[in-house]
Design a binder for this molecule. Structure first.
Ligand SMILES: [Zn+2]
Length: 199
């Protein structure tokens, strides 16, 4: 087993012996962490979360109950993943080949997903294969994300569309009726918006 310092793993969680878990991280009831997964320091992995083989999660992430992170997902530091968020990884999902034979691991390609630092994914959102979610971006609850999301971008709906931008503090601000990004101080923290690096 890899060395684990100050890690809290609930008795009902199932964590592969070769999964790397950073110091200060908690893994709650019935969570499953698969082989070679890497979870950073000071993370919370909620009840019934599934972390697939080779998935990488950075430091200080909050992964709420019932999230599924499938093979090919990489999450940077400080990311919030709301309850029941589902990551996908197969652009061409079929159980069988055209001749009716079951598909095996050799019959499909993983499409990776990258979630950049500080981003927040609302409850029950679904992230399609091959997507990048930008730093400090915000995805509204129940959204289906079908295209890349820019840094600090706020998207909602199915398919998820731009509504505005998200301050680093978490405050969302809508674009104007003409589609121009909000300019001015953040109503919550006073930071000048749009944030540096925002789309
Ligand atoms: Zn703010």
């Amino acid at each position: 087993m890899t060395e684990r310092t100050n890690v809290r793993i609930h008795a009902t969680a199932e964590v592969a012996a070769d999964a790397v878990i950073g110091p200060g991280t908690s893994i709650w009831n019935q969570a499953q962490v698969r082989e070679r997964a890497r979870i950073g320091a000071e993370c919370i992995i909620g009840k019934n979360v599934y972390v697939d083989v080779d998935v990488v999660i950075g430091d200080s992430c909050k992964v709420q109950n019932n999230v599924s992170l499938f093979h090919g997902v990489t999450v940077e530091d400080g990311v919030f993943i709301g309850p029941h968020v589902c990551f996908t990884n197969d652009r061409l999902p079929r159980a069988v080949n055209a001749d009716g034979s079951p598909k095996t691991d050799d019959d499909w390609d993983v499409s990776p997903i990258l979630v950049r630092r500080g981003a927040a994914l609302g409850a029950n959102s679904t992230i399609l294969p091959g997507i990048t979610i930008g730093a400090w971006a915000m995805v509204g609850a129940g959204s289906v994300v079908t295209r890349d999301v820019a840094d600090h971008e706020l998207v909602v709906g199915n398919p998820a569309r731009r509504l505005g931008s998200a301050c680093t503090c978490g405050q969302a601000v809508r674009d104007g009726d003409d589609g121009a990004p909000f300019h001015g101080p953040c109503p919550r923290c006073g930071t000048t918006l749009p944030p540096e690096g925002a789309a």
